[in-house]
Design a protein around this ligand. Structure first.
Ligand code: PHE
Length: 343
């Protein structure tokens, strides 16, 4: 019997060693150690043995069981290790192996346009300044020579913020309040452009959005004249649009400039010959401009006997639309990637 047990043990360890999967090993374990297994059979025969022999064989049965259990444990660890390695290999996600290049995304068309405008103005010697989008009535209107109940307030459909006394805090309706902040922040000479988001109580349509972008320009120095304004806008126009596009100024009205003008450029689609986009006029209206009003200089404590200046402002979004021949401003803000990825 002892010999049988030896054979059993060596046969068992050989089979365990040969097991190729955890399932095989589990079946083998049941076959060897289970209630109906080989070892159980031997155990059943113990009752018919002499006491001395029974003890010796019983001891041997226990040793064989321990040997088998140890072998099964070792094999299980080995097979589990292999299974884990296989699973990790199967689940491996190498982010450097994503296949064909899918593109990286890019800045929004309005941001691209704003950055290009900044670049052109920096090239002309301007700095770039910013101001808050939530403004007080004083910065947005009063300091710009638009006192409360001034009829010109109707030029801007204002969105008020429910803070402080009624109608004292608002979303800026233009970038012109940044002029005031820049003049408060620094002494002339000032040569600065001020891009940013502005807000008006407007219903969105093909040419209006309640939120859009403007860029403001401000120059304050000694002896600045209207000729400097016209020359600067002309230099900007050809730098931005190319040498074949020129500018013109038409008399207009803004409370914070005097005299004031509309700033037009040659139609970029027909180069001045007349087309549908420019309504056959050959000109596109870009924005407003003028000489800084003495009351505006006075509001920030500048003496208009010493200092003079000019300012201009126009829409960044409109410029982006013109440049790319897009006819609906809403396209810029619906965030359809099919549209955005074209630029
Ligand atoms: N702030 C004016 C507007 O939004 C534009 C402008 C700026 C006009 C500077 C003159 C000078 O309509």
């Amino acid at each position: 019997m002892i010999d049988d047990l030896h054979d059993l043990a060596s046969a068992a360890t050989a089979r365990i060693e040969a097991a190729s999967s955890l399932d095989d090993l589990r079946a083998l374990e049941a076959d060897l150690l289970g209630k109906k297994g080989r070892l159980a059979e031997v155990k059943k025969q113990l009752g018919g043995l002499e006491p001395d022999e029974r003890r010796a064989v019983g001891q041997q049965v226990n040793d064989v069981r321990t040997t088998i259990e140890t072998a099964v444990g070792a094999k299980r660890a080995e097979l589990e290790g292999e299974a884990r390695r296989a699973r990790l290999e199967a689940e491996r996600l190498d982010l450097t192996e994503l296949g064909p290049f899918r593109g990286r995304g890019h800045l929004h068309l309005v941001t691209q346009t704003q950055e290009r405008l900044e670049d052109v103005f920096v090239g002309l010697g301007f700095t770039v300044s910013e101001g808050p989008e939530v403004e007080t009535d004083w910065y947005n209107f009063e300091a710009l020579n638009i006192p409360p109940s001034h009829p010109a307030r109707g030029m801007w459909d204002t969105l008020y913020v429910d803070a402080g006394a009624p109608q004292t805090v608002l979303l800026r309706t233009h970038t012109s309040p940044v002029q005031i902040r820049v003049m408060q922040r620094q002494e002339p000479p000032i040569y600065s452009v001020m891009p940013g988001r502005v807000y008006r109580r407007d219903t969105a349509d093909a040419s209006h959005m309640p939120v859009f972008h403007q860029i403001e320009g401000l120059v304050v120095d000694r002896g600045i004249s209207f000729a400097d304004l016209a020359g600067t806008l002309e230099a900007f126009t050809s730098a931005y649009f190319g040498g074949s596009i020129h500018s013109r100024l038409r008399p207009s009205y803004f409370p914070f400039t005097e005299p004031s003008a509309e700033y037009d450029i040659n139609c970029v689609f027909c180069e001045g010959r007349g087309c549908r986009t420019c309504g056959q006029t050959g000109w596109l209206e870009l924005g407003g401009c003028g000489m800084v009003h003495p009351n505006v200089l006075a509001a920030v404590g500048l003496d208009s006997e010493t200092w003079s200046g000019f300012a201009f402002g126009f829409g960044i979004d409109r410029l982006a639309l013109m440049r790319h021949g897009v006819d609906d401003i809403r396209e810029l803000f619906t965030n359809d990637v099919r549209f955005l990825s074209e630029f």
